[in-house]
Design a protein around this ligand. Structure first.
Ligand SMILES: [Zn+2]
Ligand SMILES: [Zn+2]
Length: 311
């Protein structure tokens, strides 16, 4: 392959040059505007990361305090409604990979917050003044954001439960059959899943801005409510709210953690009704729709059996 002078032939030289100039489309340079949209120094980026962690921890505790203060009852699997006696449920501690995922997801959250604030600040489509508030870009925009979020999230969540995919990504989040730790159980998921969740949130914000011209205050409010409800969905408190067809139910998400292939949505259980994956709540150990299917099968078997006897 080499000529008499020991030099590689021209074609080989050409190939080597091409190879050395080849760049991956996803280089750090290309990703930097998304990882650090405000162009912060490394120190400021890290200080921001620590501050946002502190703020989220404070917020998580504040939400839990307010829920306890409001004397919201505990879920039927955690407390006897008649006597108030606590019930023992399966509990699993956080392992090493859980901590690794929580740190990666915390960084992803910080990057998301930076991108969201950058988008709000620079987008002409997002009103930011007090005079720019109106019913369409506040109440209607908020409603639309929750609808759109589940429009994308519920099918994506269902996909993550698909047999060939489930063990590699979403299985980790289901370590906890009875979530109780709020943020720690909500954020304890594979980073790929976390990116999917954040992308659904982006879709919700973009859609509301495009359709209603969502106000900056509405987006800020949505983000805070979404964060609080994601934490509460992994608590022991029986928070259950229905507003104009949107339903938020900690019971529904507990059902999902206990029975896996049911109640994929977070705010709009109508998506589960459309997909045929909705189950009403039960504190029993049998998924109601499966129980119903079993009962029907048993009744059919009994009918066949009695038919045989008559013959
Ligand atoms: Zn969950
Ligand atoms: Zn799941």
């Amino acid at each position: 392959m080499y000529n008499a002078t020991g030099e590689p032939p021209l074609e080989m030289n050409g190939t080597a040059d091409a190879a050395s100039s080849f760049e991956l489309p996803l280089s750090l340079d290309a990703a930097l505007p998304y990882l650090n949209p405000w162009n912060l120094s490394v120190v400021h980026w890290l200080v921001g990361f620590v501050l946002i962690r502190g703020a989220i921890a404070f917020y998580d505790n504040l939400v839990e305090f307010l829920i306890r203060f409001s004397k919201v009852p505990k879920l039927p699997t955690r407390e006897d409604a008649a006597t108030g006696e606590p019930k023992e449920v399966y509990f699993k501690g956080l392992d090493r990979i859980s901590f690794v995922y929580l740190v990666i997801n915390a960084a992803d959250e910080w990057i998301f917050v930076q991108n969201l604030t950058h988008f709000i600040w620079h987008s002409d489509a997002v009103p930011k003044t007090l005079g720019g508030l109106n019913p369409l870009n506040t109440a209607a925009a908020l409603y639309l954001m929750f609808l759109v979020l589940d429009f994308f999230y519920a099918p994506a969540h269902r996909f993550l439960h698909w047999g060939p995919v489930y063990p590699y990504i979403h299985k980790h989040h289901h370590r906890q059959r009875f979530p109780v730790r709020g943020y720690l159980d909500a954020g304890n998921e594979h980073p790929v899943e976390h990116v999917i969740g954040v992308s659904c949130t982006w879709m919700a914000v973009w859609t509301a801005v495009a359709v209603t011209g969502a106000h900056a205050a509405t987006i800020f409010f949505f983000f805070n409510i979404h964060a609080a409800l994601a934490m509460l969905n992994h608590s022991e408190f029986d928070v259950d709210v229905t507003v104009l067809g949107l339903n938020y139910s900690v019971k529904a998400h507990e059902m999902h953690h206990r029975f896996y292939n049911t109640n994929y949505a977070q705010y709009w259980l109508g998506m589960d009704k459309l997909m045929g994956t909705f189950d009403p709540y039960t504190a029993e150990n049998t998924r109601p729709s499966r129980g119903l299917a079993k009962a029907r099968a048993a009744a059919a078997a009994r009918a066949t059996e009695s038919g045989k006897k008559v013959q």
